[in-house]
Design a protein around this ligand. Structure first.
Ligand SMILES: [Zn+2]
Length: 98
């Protein structure tokens, strides 16, 4: 069984560990707050990085959320809350509005 490819820190070249982080995105004037976003974190310098596939998924979720929830346009900030991204095309998320 092949080992998972290890990501190296761009700052100090340490091996990055899987972690989670909070992320804020703005779409059409709406601030979307994602929590528990899967990311990689450097144990040495604290550098955080979101893998490209996950960043793309988050971007798609943000677009979808803004389009699907017109009501949020009256709200300055929306917490998307905990998201569950498993790199499948149909990522799921729970909304603070539901
Ligand atoms: Zn580092």
């Amino acid at each position: 069984m092949p080992e998972a490819k290890q990501m190296k820190c761009i700052e100090c070249h340490g091996i990055m560990n899987p972690s989670v982080m909070s992320l804020q995105l703005e779409r059409e004037g709406i601030v979307l707050i994602f929590e528990d976003v899967p990311c990689l974190e450097c144990p040495s310098c604290g550098q955080q990085e979101i893998p490209g596939a996950i960043a793309e998924e988050i971007s798609n979720l943000a677009e979808y959320f803004v389009k699907a929830n017109q009501a949020v346009k009256d709200t300055p900030a929306v917490s998307i809350g905990r998201i569950n991204i498993d790199l499948e095309p149909q990522a799921t998320f729970t909304s603070a509005l539901s």
